[in-house]
Design a protein around this ligand. Structure first.
Ligand SMILES: Nc1ncnc2c1ncn2[C@@H]1O[C@H](COP(=O)(O)OP(=O)(O)OP(=O)(O)O)[C@@H](O)[C@H]1O
Ligand SMILES: [Mg+2]
Length: 476
């Protein structure tokens, strides 16, 4: 399956189902099967002879086939380049078509290039839209902004007041689709938001009592008020004088892996979002808690890698059968590589820079290993490819994004650069990284609930056996 962007605004992703006229009582596929040049098909006629066999038994298999279809191939990571507006000084970088050059060195082609004048919408359409569509179809996804400090990663992901970035646009796309669902589908949206700061995973939604399902119970006074409203004349008295409730000590979120869920963060706040507004509020609130520091290169330099994750659980019910697809969409704003000499940070700032650069180096090593794997596979050296060690566990960032980088996800990376001559060496190193990313592939699979799949398999087997019985009966 391709990884290209559709460019259509908030298109409702549909699983590929054959087109057919719609009748009130049957599904399009059931109709197509019932009628061949206006006559009932042989199979349908046979089945309609037996009272327990219904039209939906006939159509169901193909309908579910379309819903459950898995892509057969690997897909390339989508790589886009965006240059931020130049403030002053000489420019060393130029964009021509899908190529970018720094001085005499040419890089590309990339999947998309966005110059200084590109809008946030064009960036979203060129980078993220397709990944979000795939997430709504049950595939894991990851959209990540990479680049040196001050190159525009946070601007692209979080946006600024009145100029929404990729995260808000992705949320809007998800809710545009889930709001237009038919009666047979329902999407539950939850979000988590963590940052990796100096190799520690920190929950950015902790204490979000308004929206969180982990919210503490209401304070005693509020409970008494509720009891009164419910008709109790004398409110229950608190046994001890009311005390300020101190929240329990925060459990350190941990990265874990299991067969069903893949790699995920355990022990962080999971917030149920019933509207786009609720979800954007959670993102904004978490972003305010993120570690930020002013440096000589950026007034608001991100000192952590921030991972905002939308967890989508889509349930489709047709007749008596249900299928649940559960996908995770990571939206990642990385901290930027920096040289302390240029950023002029001191004290903790220097330690932060050390951690940031170290984890980005591991990300580079992971990409090198994945490139090596892909090249061996292309040459037919399957055993050699399997032996390549990918050092995901060397940093929390790569461990958390393991599925997205080389596994079960559609991934798109926005590489942000500055065109200024003073930043040429940073831009060159970002473009080298982007070029290497181009050969990384992933193998996305729809994440379907195995229990539902087993029930479906049994229903199909049952339908097949009943059809065979009918065949035998007809021959007698
Ligand atoms: N495409 C753009 N259009 C307008 N302003 C931009 C753009 N890209 C970046 N900027 C501005 O440049 C400054 C630095 O951008 P930003 O904070 O996004 O950088 P960053 O890559 O996140 O850096 P860091 O790694 O230090 O966090 C901000 O003031 C931002 O508004
Ligand atoms: Mg930033």
């Amino acid at each position: 399956m391709g990884n290209s962007c559709s460019g259509k605004p908030a298109a409702v992703p549909r699983d590929p189902a054959p087109p057919a006229r719609r009748r009130r009582t049957t599904s399009p596929l059931a109709e197509a099967r019932l009628s061949v040049a206006g006559r009932p098909s042989v199979a349908t006629k046979r089945m309609s002879d037996v009272s327990e066999l219904t039209e939906s038994d006939v159509s169901e298999q193909s309908e579910w086939d379309a819903l459950l279809a898995q892509p057969a191939e690997e897909t390339a990571v989508r790589v886009a380049i965006r240059s931020r507006p130049q403030i002053d000084g000489e420019s060393a970088t130029s964009i021509r078509g899908n190529h970018v050059s720094v001085g005499d060195t040419n890089f590309g082609p990339f999947d998309a290039t966005l110059d200084d004048h590109s809008t946030q919408k064009a960036t979203y359409d060129g980078v993220a839209r397709n990944v979000v569509e795939q997430a709504l179809r049950g595939f894991h996804g990851c959209v990540m902004a990479y680049g040196a400090t001050g190159s525009g990663k946070t601007h692209a992901m979080a946006g600024e007041r009145g100029d929404a970035g990729i995260v808000s646009r992705a949320i809007a796309q998800v809710f545009a689709v889930s709001g237009a669902e038919s009666d047979e589908t329902h999407t539950r949206v939850e979000c988590t938001y963590v940052e990796i700061y100096r190799e520690q995973v920190r929950d950015l939604l902790v204490g979000d009592a308004g929206a969180s399902e982990n919210a503490l119970p209401p304070p005693p006074q509020q409970q008494r008020g509720r009891a009164l409203q419910a008709g109790n004349r004398t409110p229950p008295r608190a046994k001890t004088p009311p005390r300020a409730k101190t929240p329990p000590p925060q459990k350190q979120p941990r990265i874990r892996e299991d067969e069903r869920r893949g790699v995920f963060v355990d022990g962080c706040t999971r917030t149920r979002c019933r509207s786009a507004e609720e979800c954007i509020d959670a993102f904004r609130m978490g972003s305010r808690r993120r570690a930020v520091r002013g440096t000589a290169k950026n007034d608001r330099s991100s000192r952590s890698h921030a991972v905002f994750t939308l967890e989508l659980t889509r349930t489709t019910t047709r007749g008596a059968a249900t299928v649940t697809q559960a996908s995770r969409l990571h939206l990642v704003d990385l901290a930027g590589s920096e040289r302390v000499k240029e950023s002029k940070t001191t004290g903790d700032g220097v330690k932060e820079a050390g951690n940031i650069n170290q984890s980005l180096m591991v990300l580079g090593n992971v990409v090198t290993a994945l490139e090596d794997k892909a090249s061996k596979r292309r040459k037919g050296d399957i055993n050699g490819a399997a032996r390549v060690h990918v050092p995901y566990r060397d940093a929390k960032l790569t461990r958390l994004l393991q599925d997205a980088l080389g596994g079960n996800a559609y991934a798109a990376i926005l590489c942000c650069v500055s065109r200024a001559a003073a930043d040429a060496s940073h831009t060159t190193s970002t473009l080298r990284f982007a070029s290497r990313l181009k050969s990384v592939t992933t193998a996305p699979r729809k994440n379907l609930d195995p229990k539902d799949m087993e029930i479906l398999r049994l229903r199909r087997e049952n339908a097949k056996l009943r059809a065979a019985l009918v065949d035998d009966g007809m021959r007698l």
